[in-house]
Ligand binder design. Sequence first.
Ligand SMILES: Cc1ncc(C[n+]2csc(CCOP(=O)(O)OP(=O)(O)O)c2C)c(N)n1
Ligand SMILES: [Mg+2]
Length: 652
Amino acid sequence: MDTKALDAIALSVRSLSMDGVQAANSGHPGLPMGCAELGAALYGNILKINPAKSSWIDRDRFILSAGHGSMFVYSLLHLAGFDLPYEELKKFRQLGSKTPGHPEFGYTDGVETTTGPLGAGFSNAVGMAIAETVLAEKFNTPEHSVIDHYTYTLSGDGCMMEGITSEAASLAGHLGLGKLIVFYDSNEITIEGSTDLAFTEDVAKRFEGYNWQVMEGDMYDYNGIFNAVESAKKEPNKPTLIILKSIIGKGSPNKQGTHGVHGAPLGEEEIKETRKALGIKEDDAFYIAPEAKAFFEERRKAWASEYEAWETMFKAWASANPELKKEWDLWMSEKTDLSDVEWPSYSVGDSLATRKAGGAALQAIAAKVTNLYGGSADLAPSNVTTIPYGDYSKESRGGRTFHFGVREHAMGGVANGLSLHGGLRIFCATFLVFADYMRPAVRLASIMKQPVTYVYTHDSFYVGEDGPTHQPVETVSSLRIIPGVTVLRPADAEETNLAWKWATEKTDGPVALALTRQNLTVFEKPAGWEEQARKGAYIAKECSGTPETVILASGSEVNLALDAAEQSSKNVRVVSVLSLETFKQQDAAYIKSLIPEGARVVVAEAGVKEGWEGFATDDDAILCMRGFGESGSYKDLAKHFGFTPENLASIL
Ligand SMILES: Cc1ncc(C[n+]2csc(CCOP(=O)(O)OP(=O)(O)O)c2C)c(N)n1
Ligand SMILES: [Mg+2]
């Protein structure tokens, strides 16, 4: 171990970080300065990466869960030789730079996931560690281990306080993810001051309770860190938490150890003092120690040869296992081939819940798309999401059904990590009303353009007796307003096939499926409806003559609209809106082809009206929910809330 070189790296991280934050006049110098030695140890010695091939599938993953300390990763990625030029460090937090305020997946070479919402990165790391075990189980042979890497993350006090971390840690411990190694930057400082204000629990005991291996050490003791990592690697059955006592902002003579250095520039004066204390010339901004540069020049050669050795092994594996290699190529390709899927088929008049139809579509896809994995937050029987390829567990890494437990937020974060890792297509499931428990993760999936599919069943007051807590009212609308989230609310089993197809073909963002608990009747559709439905909406039932009224309905309300149209004496066209947001993005001509000028427009959806107002002729023309649900049989509730053909017909 070359501690002199590591010290030079740590010094450079401190210098680059404090100067980056100072230049931006905003940001967080405390974490990068406080954890600089760990950064040096990680990028200097521990991580198996190849900056020249940053997408190498078998690289170790490093995730800065405490995303506010972003200059930590930027400094290290630059030093290590990722595609992050020196000039970018000087443009920290500027529009268009590769050094945004928090690490953003897809913007910066070497950044594995978007972090900032505390705890999110931790949950992503759990997902990545699971993905590693899945791919290793699938592709490794006794002769060749083509997948064999670790997942590391750095979490702070904030991450440790967040509930998502507890959920994800509990799951990771249960699953015995031995190749997950978490460093905890225990500086006992958060924004408001000392952690004594709000956080005095024994984190070590907590994680031991989760069935983790826990070690404690000093952030500034390289040997201690290396030994801890070695011990972590020797424990294949438990994830490891390495708690490192540290000093926030270490190196700043007057501010270190205080919350003042958490999220504010040091200031010109203190930067001068700090440079003096660190042995950097007074005006040497963005200083990089020559020893650090020289060290990484050598390190890159070592990384390159390690990578070449893997490639050679990979080629040998590929030629020895041509069938596996074929599957590998399928798994690793971004697009999913659905051409062989034997879709369940239905007849007009069939009556089944879209959750059931969803389950059938999922099974049909899973039979052909062998890298489709997923599960539910303990609601698989209700969500109808179990696929018949065994359970994923500590003992069985080959099972394709995850049991996330009752942990919706972590499920969302873990799903993101599974997807980000590469190689897998991921779905997860819960009741629609609990989508709110995982909303931050859905938002991050969208920001990161991850094609995760959310199966949200029990999508309205038709849930019935469980009452208002279980009856989504605002949930569909609130998912639709997250940019980049495609929300599909299919109206029958055939639309559900299309919805699953849509979700599985998507490569650039999450899809939420809103599915019913109650039965819906399969209705007759015009030729070519699928192509039109891809535009978000299509004419489900045409009337004779010019339509006087057009009903825009989604999901279960399409059946209702068809019945109401039948009862009405007017010329009524029924439009099924599978994806409201997609429909809104169509050109005026398409929208007009469905909603002719002059027609009365009535909207029916068993949710709040927000999102639909622009279409409806007036407020009286919207059949929606104007409050929360009630407990009762769904038939009684439908009457109570006016979701009857008679009532809808009365406003046409
Ligand atoms: C979910 C979430 N809540 C709040 C914040 C705002 N925030 C950013 S950093 C921080 C304190 C974090 O403390 P710690 O993790 O100990 O970081 P340190 O001060 O040690 O750098 C808070 C509350 C956030 N980023 N994410
Ligand atoms: Mg802290």
